[in-house]
Write a protein that binds this ligand. Structure first.
Ligand code: IFM
Length: 441
């Protein structure tokens, strides 16, 4: 790594991130069915039709995983609490086993000196609520608020920070317009509604957290860097529209109470009735903002194609196992831009950044300069953003473990710890050791 801990302010937090469905083993502990179980069971949606039933079995092996975080010298662990594990039907009867599990998990972090960074929703909508329309149903905001209260009553006294929702763009646009994630819809009307309701659910959860006097409440948004494919007006228009849909829709609503006009034009009459009345609920003060950043895309807009008429493709930079271009300057861009245009000195955390890479050699443990360089260059970009005035308070590598990469099943490996999905054996990779060495300095 080309950084050391002492390059950063003494209160800067280094950690690693995971999400419940991707690692826990959803079959364990009385969790209810989710829309990811049935999406995965539908041929063609997920590589090898794999699901999160066993995943990394973090549900049983979390003590070992927390030990590995502690041994690496990490300060914090970003995890999520599964709605369907706590409320198998999404509402109503509580699964005590689920609450007990999160209780043990948080205590395990504290025993090891790790700050718990909780995310309330990282994508596993309970099936019973998906049956009612899930994110397309306005009631989702209240259902999510109720879940927020139940889990907070149990572990809210010990978590260090809480995010409402992880990557609303994926929850709404990727899942209802592009159809790549559960529920696999491709419908403009459902998209317009999901895009609004996910923001409304964020606002409602913030209100419920505030009513319980919770501190350190925020949200985790993802940002992709859109660059023009060429120097035509169509390419510049594509950059602006992609930026509006992907990057501005959520942060603008949450911090300014407005939506970008170009997206509203596309959603047209499909926005929920009287959506304007919800903007005050959505615009809640944030204690911190989580920034997930991975890549850039080259954009072009075709004004004659049905809205949005966008095409995106990688350029000629090196790419990861996902085919994503590696562009650390994009992280610097978003950290400084968010501070300048949206949140001022509100603390920013890089809540996800990392790469999928197919390490070779026994247990994937061979030296792999690509992942080390990726992490190192993005941590450097974070450092530059701090020097340029962004109040960045932490960096979480995605991910602690190789895990269930959604529609890509178990094929794409993001972990700094290799997981053998036959034996579930964990083996720290070269990037784990490199991070550990940098954090020790
Ligand atoms: O694995 C995902 C994670 O769940 C959300 N952010 C992006 C990661 C890599 O695709």
């Amino acid at each position: 790594m080309n950084f050391k801990r002492s390059d950063f302010p003494s209160d800067f937090v280094f950690g690693a991130a995971t999400a419940a469905y991707q690692i826990e083993g959803h079959a364990h502990g009385g969790a209810g069915p989710t829309h990811w179980d049935t999406f995965a069971a539908t041929p063609g949606n997920v590589i090898n039709a794999e699901d999160g039933a066993m995943a990394c079995d973090h549900y049983h092996r979390y003590p070992q995983d927390l030990d590995l975080l502690q041994d690496a010298g990490m300060d914090a662990y970003r995890f999520s609490t599964s709605w369907a594990r706590v409320l198998p039907e999404g509402r109503g009867t509580v699964n005590q086993e689920g609450l007990d599990y999160y209780d043990r998990l948080v205590d395990g972090m504290l025993e090891r000196g790790l700050k718990p960074f909780q995310t309330l929703y990282h994508w596993e909508m309970p099936s019973a609520l998906a049956d009612l329309g899930g994110w397309a149903n306005r009631d989702v905001a209240q259902w999510f608020g109720d879940f927020t209260e139940i889990i907070t009553d149990r572990i809210g006294d010990r978590v260090h920070a809480i995010a409402t929702i992880n990557e609303p763009w994926c929850v709404a646009f990727l899942s209802h317009f592009l159809g790549h994630h559960a529920p696999g819809m491709r419908d403009l009307r459902a998209t317009a509604r999901a895009m609004h309701h996910v923001n409304l659910a964020h606002g409602e959860a913030m209100l419920r957290l505030r009513a319980k006097n919770m501190q350190n409440c925020g949200v985790v948004l993802n940002f992709d860097y859109p660059a023009p494919l060429d120097d035509t007006p169509e390419a510049l228009s594509g950059v602006d529209l992609q930026d509006a849909i992907f990057n501005r829709w959520f942060i603008e609503a949450m911090t300014k109470g407005t939506y970008p006009e170009r997206v509203l034009e596309g959603f047209g009459a499909h926005m929920p009735a009287n959506w304007q009345d919800d903007m005050a609920t959505i615009q809640q003060p944030l204690d911190w903002l989580g920034v997930n950043y991975y890549t850039r895309n080259l954009m072009k807009h075709d004004p004659n194609a049905p809205w949005p008429g966008l095409s995106a493709q990688p350029g000629d930079l090196a790419t990861t196992q996902m085919g994503w271009e590696i562009y650390p300057d994009g992280l610097h861009h978003f950290l400084t831009r968010l501070a300048r245009d949206y949140v001022g000195q509100t603390p920013l955390y890089v809540t996800e950044n990392g790469m999928a890479w197919a390490e070779t050699g026994e247990n994937g443990a061979l030296s792999h300069p690509e992942r080390v360089a990726y992490a190192s260059d993005h941590i450097q970009a974070t450092h530059r953003a701090i020097a340029d005035g962004a109040n960045v308070k932490g960096f979480f590598y995605w991910s602690l473990l190789d895990n269930y990469e959604w529609a890509f099943g178990y094929e794409k490996r993001f972990g700094i710890i290799h997981v053998d999905f036959d034996t579930l054996e964990r083996t720290p990779k070269a990037s784990y050791h490199a991070l550990k060495a940098a954090l020790a300095q």
